[in-house]
Design a protein around this ligand. Structure first.
Ligand code: AMP
Length: 204
């Protein structure tokens, strides 16, 4: 048996944007196009809560308040997930890293393997539009952290803790700012065009 070879069509991506920017929806579309898994920390936490695992019990109240799960715990979960076979050749991160400490954790993990993020997609959506999309999702999906207070709190955390990570990645020249308003297909096309311009080729 030969060791798995690195693929030409790999992409190590991060999608960032305020809650309600549509990054979940777009993330799935982009990941499908590249043939890579989506790694969403929010989805991992919600699945654990639903299944009543010890991790789920540990984070339920934190999610309901709209606060962040401790960095060490979150980073350990991501490290485990990115070590699985399907993520070895690429992945799309959604919801992690969420502050500069988590950026450092991710950098350390990727550097151990001689890797780095290829691109950071920043979905630009005005705050008012995020709030109205989140309020709509609250009625459609019944998420317990989509109360008006939790929504406002999560957007504040985004502006204070998550937005600064953009500066870090900007300095590395890997941020693609994409207008997140308009039709879903249009937004997907904008993202794929930005990634193609970086030379990130789609899966064969
Ligand atoms: P999301 O689905 O990305 O909006 O995440 C839902 C909730 O999960 C957040 O409000 C946090 O409580 C928690 N969470 C998700 N990702 C992270 C992260 N990277 N660090 C800390 N907490 C997180």
């Amino acid at each position: 048996m030969t060791a798995p070879q690195a693929h030409d069509s790999t992409a190590r991506l991060l999608i960032v944007g305020p809650q309600g920017s549509g990054k979940g929806t777009q993330g799935v579309r982009i990941a499908e196009s590249y043939g890579i898994p989506v790694v969403s920390t929010g989805d991992i936490f919600r699945a654990n809560i639903k299944q009543g695992t010890p991790l789920g019990q540990q984070v339920t109240e934190i999610l309901d308040r709209g606060d962040l799960v401790p960095d060490e715990l979150t980073s350990e979960i991501v490290r485990d997930r990115l070590s699985q076979d399907d993520a070895v050749n690429g992945f799309l991160l959604d919801g992690y890293p969420r502050n500069t400490t988590q950026v450092a954790h991710l950098d350390a993990f990727l550097a151990e393997q001689g890797h780095a993020l290829d691109a950071v997609i920043l979905l630009d959506v005005p705050r008012e539009e995020s709030i109205s999309r989140l309020t709509l999702r609250a009625t459609e999906q019944g998420r317990t952290d989509d109360t008006p207070e939790a929504i406002a709190h999560r957007l504040d955390i985004y502006e204070q803790e998550t937005a600064p990570i953009i500066d870090v990645y900007d300095e590395r020249g890997i941020v693609d700012r994409v207008d997140g308003t308009g039709e879903l297909d249009e937004i997907t096309d904008r993202i794929l065009a930005a990634l193609a311009a970086r030379g990130l080729r789609l899966a064969a």
